[in-house]
Design a protein around this ligand. Sequence first.
Ligand SMILES: Cc1cc2nc3c(=O)[nH]c(=O)nc-3n(C[C@H](O)[C@H](O)[C@H](O)COP(=O)(O)OP(=O)(O)OC[C@H]3O[C@@H](n4cnc5c(N)ncnc54)[C@H](O)[C@@H]3O)c2cc1C
Ligand code: FES
Length: 313
Amino acid sequence: MTSPQMSAQTPVQTQPTLSDFEIVDRRDFSDVTYLLEVRHPLMAKAARPGQFVIVMLHEHGERIPLTIADFDRTRGTITLVIQAVGKTTREMQQVCRVGTTLHALTGPMGEPSHIGASRKVVCVGGGLGVAPVYPQARAHREAGAYVIGIVGFRSKDLVFWEDKFRACCDELIICTDDGSVGLKGNVTVGLKQAIATHADIDEVVAIGPPIMMKACAETTRPHFLKTMVSLNPIMVDGTGMCGGCRVKVGDGIKFACVDGPDFDGHQVDFDDLMVRLKRFADQERAAFERWSETCRGRTASALLATAAAGRGA
Ligand SMILES: Cc1cc2nc3c(=O)[nH]c(=O)nc-3n(C[C@H](O)[C@H](O)[C@H](O)COP(=O)(O)OP(=O)(O)OC[C@H]3O[C@@H](n4cnc5c(N)ncnc54)[C@H](O)[C@@H]3O)c2cc1C
Ligand code: FES
């Protein structure tokens, strides 16, 4: 068993200052997926592909891990792409606007991805995994590799960052569940095509929901292709102290926050990861319902106040 330990790379800048965590851009890719570009020059300088940050929206908010989906050292910003799935990510969707600030941002956390050894790399991103696989694709290309990008979405309307991937990939395969653009089917359809047409692939990087990463690992296993995945277990402290993010990899236990989040996909016990991701489902539902009630209360009060103002009260 790996002993809990601090990350070799000490996270920088945890003290919030108003200007450091300012949101300088926001884009909405769909009803549930949105991008926040956050000003943080030190983080942008230190960030490497594969790393993540832990964010607190406000003083009493929970700490949530989010992948650094992009960083721009010239602008001094990092980019987060977030899927609104529960209380905090929906609250962020509601309140994070350009000009507002996050309460805290800690990182960069986790081991950076290993870049540079592989000459031909397939980078696969499914749904939200499209964003975190982008910096890896770009870094492999900058290191001189031939990069094949495979990105998967439910339909054409949900496609984002096609231009960014085209700029850093030698080939790009888009897959959609409904076939509205690109290949019809999930990313494993694209992965099978890439394997069939390239006999000299050195490495596959697959990022997305656990079920998708598992499917990619099973696709590459018979071909003995090195397959790296980025795991997303529930994290609390992010420093190897609490054990919340433990994952089974081969015969051992690893802590994704300090040993990962990248691991050999052929060694990961994805079924265990999927069970562990659901272990607080009741509490998460209750937290979301409590928050929704408060929101409804606030909206009702705001409507009453507006109506009262309209009546001259
Ligand atoms: C290394 C890493 C990188 C991640 N990167 C991204 C990203 O770039 N974009 C993105 O949208 N999401 C990312 N996630 C997942 C994100 O952290 C969760 O979606 C978020 O914490 C959910 O919080 P919530 O309150 O909105 O939802 P909740 O209702 O609290 O939870 C919804 C689901 O999210 C997961 N989750 C809940 N709490 C945590 C937690 N503290 N840590 C991890 N998972 C949790 C659980 O599976 C849970 O069932 C990442 C997770 C990890 C571990
Ligand atoms: S040990 Fe990884 S989040 Fe606590």
